[in-house]
Design a protein around this ligand. Structure first.
Ligand SMILES: C[S@@+](CC[C@H](N)C(=O)[O-])C[C@H]1O[C@@H](n2cnc3c(N)ncnc32)[C@H](O)[C@@H]1O
Length: 193
C-alpha cells in the first residue's frame, strides 16, 4: 500500500496505471467483508476531531463534500452532519455494497478521475485514502478544504506526511494539522490571492 500510495501521489515512478488500479481494486474487494472490524470508537473520534476543529478553523463553504476512498462508509454520516451533500466515492464495488444507502450518495469511481466538474466540491475528505493531487486541485472550489486523515498516524498503510501532501498539491496552501488519539489529520485550503 505504501508503494501504491506514493505512485498515486506522483511521489514514486510508475504513476497510477490501469494495472495498479486493478490490483488495488481486487485487494480491497477481498478485504471488504471484514472491513467493519477495522472501525472503532477511537477511530471515529479521530475523524470527528478533524471535522470539529479542522473545519471550524478553515470556515469552508458547506455545499458538496466528496469522500474519496469511502470504503464501507463508516465516516460518511459524520461528513453529512456538516455538509449539504456528501458524495462517497470508492473503486471497490464490494466495499460500496456494504455501505449504507444514505445519507451519502454512493458512487463507484476512480478518485483519479472523479465524475465532477471543476471546482464542484466545498471539501474533499481523504480518510486513509490515496491522494490524486491533480484531481483534488481540479475538483476543489477556490475556497475548498482538503481533509486528510490517517487513523494510525505514521503507521497507516496509506500514509503521507503533511509536507509531502502539500508539496504534491503544488501552490500555496494554508491550514492546520493535529494529532488525535493514534491518528493524525490536517485540514488545508489554497491561500486566497
Ligand atoms: C484503506 S481503505 C479506507 C476506507 C475508509 N475510508 C476507512 O478509513 O475505513 C481505502 C479505500 O480506498 C478505496 N480506493 C482505493 N483506490 C481508490 C481509487 N483510485 N479511487 C477511489 N477509491 C479507492 C479502496 O477500495 C478502499 O475502500
Amino acid at each position: 500500500m505504501r508503494i501504491a500510495t506514493r505512485r498515486a501521489a506522483g511521489l514514486d515512478e510508475g504513476g497510477w496505471t490501469d494495472e495498479l488500479r486493478s490490483e488495488v481494486e481486487e485487494y480491497f474487494d477481498k478485504l471488504a467483508s471484514d472491513w467493519h472490524t477495522r472501525t472503532s470508537p477511537g477511530r471515529t473520534a479521530i475523524v470527528a476531531d478533524a471535522l470539529d476543529r479542522g473545519l471550524s478553523a478553515m470556515n469552508p463553504e458547506l455545499g458538496l463534500a466528496v469522500e474519496v476512498g469511502s470504503g464501507t462508509g463508516a465516516y460518511s454520516h459524520l461528513l453529512s452532519g456538516y455538509f449539504a451533500r456528501v458524495m462517497a466515492v470508492d473503486l471497490s464495488s464490494e466495499m460500496l455494497k456494504r455501505a449504507p444507502t444514505g445519507p451519502a450518495y454512493r458512487v463507484l469511481a476512480d478518485g483519479a478521475r472523479l465524475p465532477l466538474r471543476d471546482g464542484a466540491a466545498s471539501a474533499i475528505a481523504l480518510i486513509n485514502a490515496f491522494l490524486f493531487p491533480a484531481e483534488v486541485a481540479r475538483v476543489l472550489s477556490a475556497r475548498g478544504v482538503l481533509l486528510w486523515v490517517n487513523s494510525s498516524g505514521e503507521q497507516t498503510p496509506i500514509h503521507l506526511s503533511v509536507d509531502e501532501l502539500v508539496a504534491r498539491l503544488g501552490g500555496d496552501w494554508t491550514g492546520m494539522s493535529s494529532r488525535a488519539g493514534e491518528g493524525l489529520w490536517c485540514a488545508i485550503r489554497r491561500n486566497e490571492r
